[in-house]
Ligand binder design. Structure first.
Ligand code: SAM
Ligand code: SF4
Ligand code: SF4
Length: 388
């Protein structure tokens, strides 16, 4: 396999020490900014999505995310006291919602490893937007514990789940998760989530050329007409440990072409602004999209940047606010909360930080000089730390 034949460059930098103090101006009454339900960054992008990482631990060792060579038995994870408590997460999330966030995704690491996660889900499910609407509350999981937890998460108010699955062939999948975890258990998790009403379910497949790209068609066939939306993600140069190379990326255009050759597709409109996936529907005999056959999505983070309407903020496990998946520094909201900031202080800090945002890494990637461009990533935070 190509994956094993090329040396992997592994940078051992612990990004968790890179913090930015929350801007002092955010705490000064003269410049205090109240939540108005609408917040725009410097590039006029609204704040709509919040991804919250609830743990930096995982029971998988996917080579593209937490390679075993780095995340081994000596790796030091965050101590419990460094993690935001559920109450702290809810307090911070409440202020994000006041600023216009309508969608919250819980992630990690593996979020289902966080004890009593349903308690947090219930707290977040009780939040309402300034217009009085409930949030779009969802979670991304590797599915290993989903069969056990789907019903109680649904009962707590979780609406949907996204499950990651990189192939249907056991040998391929086990090599990618690197902990010998079988496909059948993930499929059981997906079935349990469907039975619990956690739909529409999305399945994310990271495509690595030469490693699992031969699984594209089997995966498409398996999920066609199942009610599950399969999404193909381009392998990204996120973090500093996965030894990313452009050669390993199979562009989404090639993914679509391969499926198209066997199962006709028609392009669909984006369901909402800021959507990361381009949608393609399976065509029926008349050449039109047949909703019974369902749809796929492709997420072209590398070949077609979607920074222009990126409305996502990320809250790390220990309360650092990141403005981009590829950021090298976060803003320390936990210190603010633990120093006794009230809700207005918190709202003001979030407003100042978002209004100063200029991040658009993917859009700039191609134009970056070689020493900062793709493949030289020693400064970036890990995906398992800030959440995908
Ligand atoms: N553990 C959970 C899971 O795997 O679904 C949630 C966290 S994981 C970091 C979130 C998503 O990021 C997963 O769908 C995973 O496949 C994706 N991901 C991780 N590393 C990636 C990379 N280098 N390129 C593209 N997607 C990646
Ligand atoms: Fe764990 Fe998810 Fe990363 Fe895989 S992608 S190592 S399951 S956090
Ligand atoms: Fe958003 Fe950063 Fe990704 Fe661009 S690179 S889409 S700004 S997270």
């Amino acid at each position: 396999m190509a994956e094993n034949s090329t040396p992997r460059i592994v940078h051992l930098v612990d990004q968790r020490t890179r913090r930015m103090p929350t801007p002092a101006a955010a705490l000064e009454p003269a410049t205090r900014m109240l939540a108005s339900g609408h917040l725009q960054d410097r590039l006029h992008r609204p704040l709509h999505d919040l991804r919250i990482s609830v743990t930096d631990r995982c029971n998988f060792r996917c080579s593209y995310c937490m390679p075993k060579e780095v995340f081994d038995k000596d790796y030091v994870y965050l101590p419990q006291s460094d993690l935001l408590s559920f109450e702290e997460i809810s307090r911070i999330a409440t202020q994000f919602v006041a600023h216009g966030v309508e969608k919250i995704r819980l992630t990690g690491g593996e979020p289902l490893l966080r004890k009593n996660l349903e308690v947090l889900v219930a707290q977040l499910a009780a939040l309402r937007t300034p217009q009085g609407k409930p949030l779009d509350l969802t979670l991304t999981t590797n599915g290993a514990l989903l069969a056990r937890k789907a019903a109680c998460l649904r009962a707590a108010g979780l609406q949907r789940v996204t499950v990651s699955l990189d192939g249907l062939d056991d040998a391929v999948f086990k090599r990618m998760n690197d902990v010998d975890f079988p496909v059948s258990d993930v499929l059981q998790g997906i079935a349990a989530a469907q039975a619990a009403g956690l739909g529409p379910i999305k399945v994310n497949m990271v495509v690595k050329r030469g490693t699992n790209d031969h699984e594209i068609l089997p995966m498409a066939r398996h999920f066609q007409g199942s009610g599950v939306v399969l999404r193909f993600i381009e392998y990204m140069d996120v973090g500093a440990t996965n030894g990313w190379r452009m050669d390993d990326v199979l562009p989404s255009s090639a993914v679509v072409a391969r499926i198209q050759a066997a199962m006709p597709l028609v392009a669909l409109q984006a369901a909402q602004a800021g959507e990361t996936a381009q949608r393609w529907g399976y065509a029926g005999a008349n050449g039109q999209h047949d909703p019974r056959l369902g749809e796929i999505g492709v997420i072209s983070s590398v070949t077609q940047a979607f920074c222009g309407d990126c409305s996502r903020a990320r809250l790390s496990t220990e309360g650092q606010l990141y403005l981009c998946l590829f950021a090298s520094q976060g803003y320390d909201l936990r210190s603010l909360v633990r120093a006794g900031a009230d809700d207005a202080d918190l709202a003001s800090a979030i407003a100042h930080i978002w209004r100063g945002r200029e991040d658009r890494y993917s859009a700039l990637r191609a134009a970056l000089p070689p020493d900062q461009g793709a493949g030289t990533s020693a400064q970036r935070v890990e995906m398992s730390y800030i959440g995908g």
